[in-house]
Design a binder for this molecule. Structure first.
Ligand SMILES: Nc1ncnc2c1ncn2[C@@H]1O[C@H](COP(=O)(O)OS(=O)(=O)O)[C@@H](OP(=O)(O)O)[C@H]1O
Ligand SMILES: Nc1ncnc2c1ncn2[C@@H]1O[C@H](COP(=O)(O)OP(=O)(O)O)[C@@H](O)[C@H]1O
Length: 275
């Protein structure tokens, strides 16, 4: 099996709640308090298997099981509902494996260009994709967020959660965001089962991105009219272990089609294009 192949256990149904490790990495709390809230319930942390009541003679008799509800973040008394149709059935229908292709890089590095070219190539070969573009999502879902570090983190967290849903739907989700902080990207990675998060690093020098400047934003940032612009006066933390790196070869940037082919080959070689 190639090093990036999807191990078969990943095709099993996923547990509904984040693991302690995932929770630690995402900063989210694992559902440590499990309470039986319906009908008064028992003390916090009491498992369903312990829910018995004392009969008149002092012996224990089982009572009707109550669903266990959880507290996740600020959401109290919530219950996970399983649907009989799962990810593997959807994948069988689509003939592919749901995954997230996370494209990160400076503004102007070609993230959207790659996302569109890849989506087109996959679509033409019969694969269902959906592109989550940072710029576009800031027109709606993330319109309340600025470019401060904490808002960028929330931006990435939300898109990571949405991308996870697309992958669960069996879709090849292509997320294209600057996502400048390693910690935020890694938090998205742990939302998904191993191998279902494929990071693509657009490893192009700032000078190339700045020379392209299709929206004129670098110019505005250099003249101080935009503050906190990534690569100018805001950080970009390069990935260290990306599955795929797009870089210049002999001083030339690969064409959009070549970049898309690079990712396509990876998907083919690692079994994502079959259920
Ligand atoms: N301060 C600052 N820094 C970086 N980028 C800026 C900024 N202000 C506006 N823009 C425009 O917003 C696009 C990036 O949005 P993202 O959601 O991908 O950014 S982030 O991941 O939250 O950092 C980015 O789009 P791309 O050029 O496609 O990367 C810019 O057009
Ligand atoms: N591989 C490439 N070769 C040449 N030009 C490219 C390439 N990729 C992107 N570009 C051009 O660079 C500019 C920025 O690309 P874009 O995809 O919008 O970057 P980003 O989404 O990272 O901001 C656009 O004008 C685009 O046409």
């Amino acid at each position: 099996m190639p090093s990036h192949a999807i191990p078969s256990p990943l095709l099993r149904a996923r547990p509904p709640a984040p693991s302690a490790a995932a929770a630690a990495a995402t900063g989210r709390r694992a559902p440590s308090r499990v309470v039986a809230a319906l009908g008064g319930g028992g003390p916090a942390g009491r498992g369903m298997e312990q829910q018995q009541q004392l009969a008149g003679d002092g012996s224990r008799s089982p009572v009707k099981e109550k669903p266990l509800v959880s507290t996740i973040g600020k959401s109290t008394n919530i219950l996970w509902h399983n649907c009989p149709i799962g990810q593997s059935e959807r994948q069988n229908l689509l003939g592919q494996k749901g995954c997230v292709i996370w494209i990160t890089g400076l503004s102007g590095s070609g993230k959207s260009t790659l996302a569109c070219a890849l989506s087109r190539e996959l679509h033409c070969s019969g694969h269902l994709t959906y592109v989550l573009d940072g710029d576009n999502l800031r027109h709606g879902l993330n319109r309340d967020l600025s470019f401060k570090a904490e808002d960028r983190a929330e931006n990435i967290r939300r898109v990571g959660e949405v991308a996870k849903l697309f992958a669960d739907a069996g879709i090849i989700c292509i997320a294209s965001l600057i996502s400048p902080y390693r910690r935020d990207r890694d938090a998205c990675r742990v939302l998904l089962p191993e191998s279902r998060f494929i990071e693509v690093f657009m490893d192009l020098p700032l000078e190339i991105c700045e020379a392209r400047d299709p929206k004129g934003l670098y110019k505005l940032a250099r003249s101080g009219k935009i503050k906190g612009f990534t690569g100018i006066d805001d950080p970009y933390e390069s990935p260290v272990n990306s599955e795929i790196v797009i870089k210049m070869v002999d001083g030339e940037c690969p064409s959009p089609k070549a970049m898309a082919q690079h990712v396509l080959c990876y998907l083919e070689e690692n079994g994502y294009l079959q259920a």
